[in-house]
Design a protein around this ligand. Structure first.
Ligand code: NAP
Length: 503
């Protein structure tokens, strides 16, 4: 998509160098696309002749979500011209296909494939309606059908996968929008003819398109096939998660036939009941607690914590949930203390007997509190909602504070502080849960937030002389554990560290 011919040619070359197989020319995006018929012909000729890749020519009218608002006859003539001038595919909307065939007399060069398309920018219809639509499109004599719907919920995509895998004719299918991302990423698993990638962010021709780079480098798109196992991170929001990068690079490094995707989920129960063929999930905000009820079996520690962050589908189809957060975080904190010469206590941990202050009472907060308690620490919980702090403190046998209390809380030296709230996370990097002055009483400060790596809390703690442990350490630690549960194979620890060091 571009305003001028020159920009379009530049983008075509960029598409090729980025690794695309085919380039879609969105002729309607050119500002000259409704000008005189001789210049239209010249433009089409130039674009098709200069394309470094096979072409898909599209001239989308406003009434189907495109930019062209000239007369219909000229639009159809441009499509006919593109076909005659050597386009490899042309896209004709279902509503216009009869008129197009009347114009061309039904003839087209053997090389050119006719894509008959339909776009729904509101929702994804029922399975029955989608099937009827495919049949109707197929009966027009389409070589390929293209159905683009809109995902209102991620479970809508299951219907798109269903029609894709059942289609008798080659099919391009997708559910647009952020909730439909998996329809684009997993298209080869379900037999889709192609998927659309954008050359760069901001150049999307439809909502929710990934970049070519993401498709190829983050999601290993070329390696995805019918047997590829699907894993992913369930959350809301979830687009910021670095987990897909980490797991997919690790999968690729050993040739494991799996892909790990972002899963923007609103209702976790509905999601898990819909995608019974997906193999495993990481779980993040706000679903870690709700997912406990959705598992057939839950690891006893995760049950105590009341939060599951890792779900594995067993061979018999049942779901097993566990919590890898606490191991990752507690190990990182222990390693930090030991590296600075702190000795293990009677519990076998340097946390033994220490006062351990947890900020937050959500999934990560509970995990840290239980983990530290298990290592012999005395627990204090400080939370925005004081009642949640009190509840957790009562169960665990600790003390509760409000967030404001924390600024003056200073019963002894040598304490450990662990932030498990999202305070300080991008984009709110100027926020911090506790004043710098109060940090002077702590020996070690840990922050679960890992974007940015060094949060304001950690920076100020370091300035006060405390040891700091970043959320990246926790992230890597919990990811090792999940990787091993997902694949049954040892995690490539060095690779994980290398990848995270660069982000
Ligand atoms: P959660 O279950 O939703 O809990 C969120 C906690 O943060 C609650 O205690 C909540 O307090 C508090 N909170 C949220 N926004 C707040 C604000 N603006 N001011 C004060 N308190 C606020 O989430 P979670 O799963 O525990 O995750 C919490 C954080 O840990 C996230 O930033 C997440 O990215 C991070 N995390 C990191 C890793 C890692 O590997 N590094 C792993 C897991 C989690 P209320 O009770 O008052 O709502």
């Amino acid at each position: 998509m571009a305003d001028t011919l020159d920009q379009m040619l530049t983008l075509m070359n960029l598409a090729k160098s980025s690794g695309a197989d085919l380039v879609e020319i969105r002729f309607d995006s050119l500002s000259s696309s409704s000008s005189s018929s001789s210049s239209v012909k010249e433009d089409i000729q130039t674009l098709i002749a200069s394309s470094p890749l096979p072409t898909l020519f599209t001239h989308r009218p406003k009434w189907e979500g495109g930019q062209y608002d000239g007369d219909e006859q000229s639009r159809l003539s441009a499509l006919q011209l593109a076909m005659e001038l050597g386009a490899d595919h042309i896209d004709v909307e279902l509503q216009a296909v009869d008129d197009f065939k009347t114009l061309t007399g039904g003839s087209k060069p053997a090389k050119c494939k006719l894509i008959v398309s339909s776009h729904n920018y509101q929702n994804t219809p029922s399975l029955e309606d989608l099937n009827n639509l495919v049949n109707k499109m197929q009966s027009t004599g389409a070589d390929i059908v293209k159905i683009a719907t809109t995902a209102v919920d991620i479970t809508d995509v299951a219907r798109v996968f269903h029609i894709t895998s059942q289609s008798q004719v080659p099919i391009i299918s997708m559910a647009m929008g952020e909730r439909g991302l998996i329809s684009r990423l997993l298209s080869p698993k379900y037999g889709g003819y192609l998927t659309f990638g954008t050359v760069e962010r901001g150049k999307e021709s439809a909502p929710g398109q990934p970049t070519i780079q993401d498709l190829l480098d983050v999601f290993n798109f070329r390696q995805i096939g019918p047997d590829t196992k699907v894993y992913g991170i369930i959350g809301k929001p979830v687009g910021h998660s670095k987990s897909p990068l980490l797991y997919n690079k690790a999968f690729r490094s050993i040739g494991f036939d799996g892909v790990y995707v972002h899963l923007l989920v609103d209702d976790v129960k509905n999601f898990l009941e819909t995608y019974t063929d997906f193999a495993g999930f990481s779980c993040t905000i706000p679903h870690k607690e709700a997912v406990v009820q959705c598992c057939d079996e839950v690891d006893p520690t995760a049950k105590l914590i009341g939060a599951v962050n890792c779900v594995v589908r067993r061979d018999d189809g049942t779901l097993y949930g566990c919590n890898t957060d606490y191991v990752g975080a507690i190990t990182a904190i222990e390693d930090g203390l030991r590296a600075s010469g702190f000795k293990d206590g009677a519990s076998g941990s340097p946390l033994d007997g220490r006062l351990f202050v947890v900020i937050g009472a959500g999934g990560a907060g509970k995990a840290l509190a239980y983990g530290a308690k298990e290592k012999g620490a005395r627990i204090v919980i400080a939370n925005r909602t004081y009642d949640r702090a009190r509840e957790l403190a009562e169960i665990i046998g600790g003390k509760a504070l409000s967030l404001a209390d924390l600024n003056t809380y200073n019963p002894e030296d040598g304490m450990i502080l662990a932030n498990t709230t999202s305070i300080g996370m991008q984009p709110n990097i100027d926020q911090t849960p506790v004043s710098k002055e109060a940090l002077k009483s702590y020996t070690l400060v840990f922050d679960a937030v890992y974007t940015p790596k060094i949060t304001r809390l950690l920076r100020e703690a370091g300035e006060c002389g405390a040891l700091i442990v970043t959320g990246v350490e926790m992230f890597i630690g919990q990811a090792y554990q999940q990787y091993e549960r997902f694949t049954g194979l040892p995690a490539p620890k060095e690779l994980f560290r290398e990848i995270m060091a660069n982000y």
